[in-house]
Write a protein that binds this ligand. Structure first.
Ligand code: ATP
Ligand code: MG
Length: 465
């Protein structure tokens, strides 16, 4: 994908590789230059050593022949002989060593020629003449000639050495400059590489780490049930795709939950409606018929003549039985749907529940107005189930009922001082309450530590969501 993370990472890594590679290439070339400059400086030293040696040979020639002229001792000619033999080879070596520098090479050649000429044209004939006749060889002219030649050779040497030292100095300067350049390039390359790495790390953090963290935070919130959580869609490439997918997933989860809540509410409402209809049918139909039958039977009982006591007693039993059946039916229809809720509202219905409860109830009800019908019905069943449970399971001596409406919600709390240990998995009452309450976007909690009683808390929003 162009502009994707892989593409950007490859480009950034390539840039880094180019900068680091270029820095190292320049450094390598600097090192090569430094080595060359070092080698040149060493070469100059070697040239100077050979030049010194050559100059010493010339000195040996002069001292040898002079000593011989004075003493005529052949022994003194030994260094002269050695210098004579060695000079040509050393002179060639010197010339070869400076072959890359024409000016120095010319000076070296001059030294070689002057030296060779001194040996062949002056020193050797002088020694030969001295062997023949010492006094005739020791003339002032001859000695002055020797001195002139030697001085000329020394001047050549001085020129050669001075030039070589200049060269060595210039090379030293060049080497130091190369040294300095290498340090600057190395420092610059290092700083550039660090900068690129820092920029790259910053970019990675901005483009990948931070968005992934945001997405992880959002995923955590989603997992905690906060389906309204969203992450900003600012990421590039695949990260952007990830952020958009997360938001789409959250939206679709939220919609699914809303649909589920709505369908739960519809199911609960449909059940309530059916119960209301049955209660209504029982009240208006069967109950009225039973009332009429009780009244008819009582009238028939009253009309029976005294001489038929058996029949009178039988009719009385039938009327009592019908009355009992009527009471049972009333109780039954109250369980199906409490008529008092529709007629008197939640406050009255809760008071009636408390009155009928087997466990005595401390009542605190603060509900001033009629609430939405689904809320009233749900609240009624919550209290009814909680009080029935307290009677059935808790072995409680007293129960407490608090119900108050305000701040957009109805809050109900039913607690008992019984044995605790309520567990919704063991029956269907508490689970049914959860369904009812959550269908109205309410919350329900049961706290029931063993031996410490049970407290059921419910909060229902009143805005009809
Ligand atoms: N107030 C309470 N004190 C002690 N235990 C309780 C209390 N309320 C419930 N329980 C325990 O929790 C279980 C689950 O209660 P729930 O109301 O869901 O079912 P049930 O009362 O057993 O049956 P149903 O309500 O369906 O008729 C009960 O069986 C009971 O063991
Ligand atoms: Mg129950």
């Amino acid at each position: 994908m162009r502009g994707g993370l892989l593409h950007r990472t490859i480009v950034a890594s390539g840039l880094l590789a180019v900068i680091v590679g270029a820095t190292f290439a320049v450094l390598l070339s600097m090192i090569a230059q430094l080595r060359e400059a070092g080698a040149r400086a060493q070469h100059s030293d070697e040239v100077l050593v050979v030049a010194n040696r050559l100059e010493r040979l010339v000195g040996d020639l002069e001292t040898g022949e002079r000593g011989f002229l004075i003493t005529a001792e052949e022994d003194l000619l030994q260094p002269w002989q050695a210098a004579r033999a060695e000079f040509p080879e050393q002179a060639t070596t010197l010339e070869r060593m400076v072959a890359d520098n024409p000016a120095q090479q010319a000076r070296a050649r001059e030294i070689a020629q002057a030296g060779t000429s001194y040996i062949q044209d002056y020193s050797v004939p002088l020694v030969a003449a001295a062997r023949r006749d010492l006094n005739s060889a020791r003339t002032v002219t001859v000695i002055a000639e020797g001195k002139r030649r030697i001085d000329a050779i020394r001047t050549d040497f001085d020129r050669f050495v001075a030039a070589e030292q200049d060269l060595a100095g210039a090379r030293q300067l060049r080497s130091e400059a190369a040294d300095h350049r290498a340090v600057v390039v190395a420092a610059g390359g290092l700083a550039g590489s660090i900068l690129v790495i820092v920029v790259f790390a910053g970019y990675l953090s901005k483009a990948i780490v931070r968005p992934v963290r945001r997405a992880a935070t959002m995923a955590r919130r989603l997992a905690g049930g906060e389906l309204g959580a969203r992450t900003p869609e600012r990421g590039v490439g695949e990260i952007g795709v990830l952020e958009r997918s997360f938001n789409t997933m959250a939206r679709s989860l939220e919609e699914t939950r809303e649909e589920l809540t709505a369908s739960r509410a519809r199911i609960v409402a449909a059940g309530d409606q059916a119960r209301r209809r049955i209660e209504h049918d029982l009240h208006d139909g069967t109950q009225q018929q039973l009332v009429a039958l009780v009244l008819d039977t009582r009238s028939a009982e009253a009309a029976v003549p005294p001489e038929l006591p058996e029949l009178k007693a039988q009719l009385a039993r039938v009327a009592d039985g019908l009355g009992g059946a009527l009471d049972d039916l009333r109780e039954l229809s109250r369980g199906i749907h409490p008529a008092i809720l529709s007629e008197g509202g939640l406050g009255a219905a809760l008071k009636a529940l408390a009155r009928r409860s087997v466990v005595p109830v401390l009542l605190e009800v603060d509900i001033q107005q009629r609430l939405p019908e689904p809320v009233e019905v749900a609240a009624y069943y919550v209290v009814s189930e909680a009080l029935t449970n307290a009677a059935k399971h808790a072995r409680a001596s007293v129960a407490r009922l608090d119900a108050r409406a305000g701040d957009g919600a109805l809050k109900i709390s039913v607690s008992d001082d019984g044995i605790g240990g309520a567990d919704a998995r063991r029956g269907s009452g508490l689970i049914g309450l959860t369904d009812r309450v959550e269908a109205l976007s309410g919350t329900i909690s049961v706290s029931s530590p063993a031996g410490k009683g049970t407290a059921l808390r419910v909060e229902l929003p009143l805005d009809g969501r």
